[in-house]
Design a protein around this ligand. Structure first.
Ligand SMILES: Nc1ncnc2c1ncn2[C@@H]1O[C@H](COP(=O)(O)OP(=O)(O)OP(=O)(O)O)[C@@H](O)[C@H]1O
Length: 595
């Protein structure tokens, strides 16, 4: 019960802050409506007694009271609904906003890569929907409690023994709550399965994967896997539903027996002349109402209880995120670098992985240089970039910028001084202005800043075709879809919104580009790298498998199995006749053969 009270207190306090007028109007109308139900029963009893006494006027007055109470109850309910519906919308919006902030609020990506984290976010989304309804449920629960209280008071005027009926009515409430808790537990245990079902559904229908699925004929395979998961989910939920139904039926049965005893008791009193016919009618009506009120109460309590579980989950998540956000250390990012960036004994292992993705890496990236990272698939190149951009924290060792450990630099300050284009770049389906502008929020609405970034990235043609207000992609509006290479170009422009990065990172920036576009990108990259180097001593780090581009770098670092195995200039590494020289020879030969 403490959970329910805590949840109601918290949500009503939020609703109070969001719109106290609506909360008061909705609550007030519901409370007024709750008086009407017992009043109808009292009036019905009085009508019967008045008719039996031959008191026509009294019968008419009480009949009018009953009619008015009934009409009032319906109308008040309707107007109350308008108020709490609007409140529910506001509450949902507020929690959704918080959720987006929290999911993006951690300083590091470590948990975002974790499937369990995705489960939790999925569940939190459902919790928000549940909490949306709870302001309404909470108010209705209050009104129902008042109804039950009034009903009990009126019943006690017939016989104090009838108060026992209200006590018996608590049994279904308790069993109902127990049933809800059990069901909620099973639902939570099943969340990896439901996530799997949703994932397979998305995989089979999303435009990104549709082509391959269709061509490979994989739809049946996905459907079969989805069916297997659905069966597992249905099995678990059916068992849980049966337990739920049994517990609730047990509770209702206890109340049913109490109800029968109460009605028989009043019949007995009437036969002894100790109760009037009107009181028999009153008891039968109120006892029936009590049953309805109690089951409404149980349902509402269940809904609030579920919301309470969700709210606890939400608050725990909020506290965790707060714990993950480094306290503002006050160490700002340096204005420019003279020494560059150093990795000292850096080791990194992904959560739940068995081996290190990077092991004991010592590396100096001198200020103002452009560095190419080379290595086979899985060598650790992208991981290194993620550590340098501060998205991950090293498991051991440190990244140092101008003698300051990156761990001590305020994450937001470091992020503001890094610009990155990752190979799994985000297709930001907004207007071109915002899709590019979001790269530097201060200039998100500045057409001049976006035009400059677009020009520097060499994708002015796309901007000319689409226009700044033209929507990119077809995800939410009738926008213009771009080719893979054009998306990459737009991503590059987004990266270049940051004009003074200490670290510019490009992970396979040309993987989707044709030869001409690649050349344009390489030219743009060289200009930008030189500019960044001259102005702030920034380091440009890029990953590419194309050796012709690698060759242009001031320095080349070769990674293998998470370790740095070679580094130097192109000429030095070719002369060393090691790993790099082999890769260079392989690609040169391929080009020579192509020729
Ligand atoms: N999110 C993750 N969770 C667990 N392991 C991961 C994750 N991302 C990468 N890895 C593993 O870490 C190692 C290094 O991966 P990384 O993506 O850094 O390689 P890469 O050199 O960039 O490869 P590629 O050239 O294919 O992009 C690989 O063994 C990979 O399987």
């Amino acid at each position: 019960m403490t959970d329910v009270l805590f949840c109601l207190g918290r949500l009503l306090a939020i609703a109070w802050r969001l719109d106290r007028r609506r909360l008061l109007v909705g609550g007030g109308l519901l409370l007024a409506g709750s008086v009407a139900t017992p009043l109808v029963a009292v009036a019905a009893g009085r009508v019967v007694d008045a008719v039996l006494d031959g008191a026509g006027t009294a019968a008419t007055v009480w009949a009018l009271v009953a009619g008015l109470a009934l009409t009032g109850e319906l109308m008040l309910g309707h107007f109350a609904h308008l108020s709490y519906f609007a409140l529910a919308e506001l509450t949902e919006e507020r929690f959704n906003r918080d959720l987006v902030r929290l999911v993006n609020g951690t300083d590091h990506l470590d948990r975002t890569d974790d499937p369990a984290f995705a489960d939790r976010v999925d569940l939190l989304r459902q919790d928000v929907m549940q909490m949306r309804a709870t302001v309404q449920s909470g108010l209705q629960l209050g009104a129902t409690a008042v109804q039950v209280l009034l009903t009990a008071v009126v019943l006690s005027t017939v016989s104090p023994w009838l108060l026992l009926l209200a006590v018996v009515a608590v049994v279904p409430v308790l069993l109902g709550r127990r049933a809800e808790t059990d069901l909620e537990q099973v639902r939570e245990q099943q969340s990896p399965t439901t996530r799997g079902i949703r994932h397979l559904r998305r995989l089979a229908t999303s435009p990104a994967s549709q082509k391959e699925i269709r061509l490979s004929g994989g739809a049946d395979f996905l459907l079969a896997r989805q069916r297997a998961l659905l069966e597992r989910y249905d099995d678990a939920m059916t068992r849980a539903d049966v337990r739920y139904a049994l517990l609730r039926t047990g509770g209702q049965l206890v109340f049913g027996l109490g109800y029968v005893a109460a009605v028989l008791g009043v019949f007995l009193l009437a036969s002894q002349g100790r109760a009037t016919a009107g009181q028999v009618v009153l008891t039968v009506t109120l006892a029936t109402q009590l049953s309805v009120q109690m089951s409404t109460g149980i349902a509402l309590l269940g809904s609030v209880h579920r919301a309470a579980v969700g709210l606890r989950r939400f608050l725990a998540f909020e506290a965790e995120v707060a714990g993950d956000v480094a306290p503002a250390t006050g160490v700002p990012a340096p204005a420019r670098t003279g020494d560059g960036i150093r990795l000292e004994g850096v080791t990194f292992r992904y959560p739940d992985a068995d081996v290190d993705a990077l092991a004991d890496v010592d590396l100096h990236l001198p200020a103002g240089t452009s560095v190419a990272l080379v290595g086979e698939n899985g060598a650790g190149k992208s991981t290194l970039l993620k550590l340098l951009t501060g998205l991950y924290r090293p498991t051991a060792g440190r990244v140092v910028v101008e003698d300051v450990d990156l761990a001590d630099v305020e994450p937001a300050a470091w992020r503001a001084r890094t610009a990155a284009l990752f190979q799994d770049l985000a297709r930001v389906e907004l207007s071109l202005q915002h899709s590019v502008g979001i790269g530097r929020l201060a200039d998100v609405d500045s057409p001049a800043a976006v035009s400059a970034a677009v020009a520097r990235a060499g994708v002015a043609q796309v901007a000319d075709d689409v226009g700044h207000d033209g929507v990119l992609g077809t995800g939410y509006a009738d926008g213009r879809d771009l080719s893979g290479g054009q998306w990459q170009g737009v991503g590059f422009a987004r990266t270049l919104m940051r004009t003074d990065p200490l670290l510019l990172v490009l992970d396979e920036p040309a993987s989707a580009l044709d030869a001409l576009a690649e050349q344009r990108l390489v030219d743009a990259y060289r200009t930008v790298a030189a500019d960044v180097a001259a102005r702030v001593g920034g380091v440009t780090l890029f990953v590419t498998h194309r050796m012709s581009t690698v060759r242009l770098a001031d320095r080349i670092v070769v990674l293998e199995g998470g370790r740095v195995v070679e580094q130097g200039t192109h000429d030095e590494l070719v002369a060393a006749a090691g790993r790099y020289a082999t890769l260079w020879a392989l690609q040169s030969r391929a080009y020579a053969t192509d020729d």
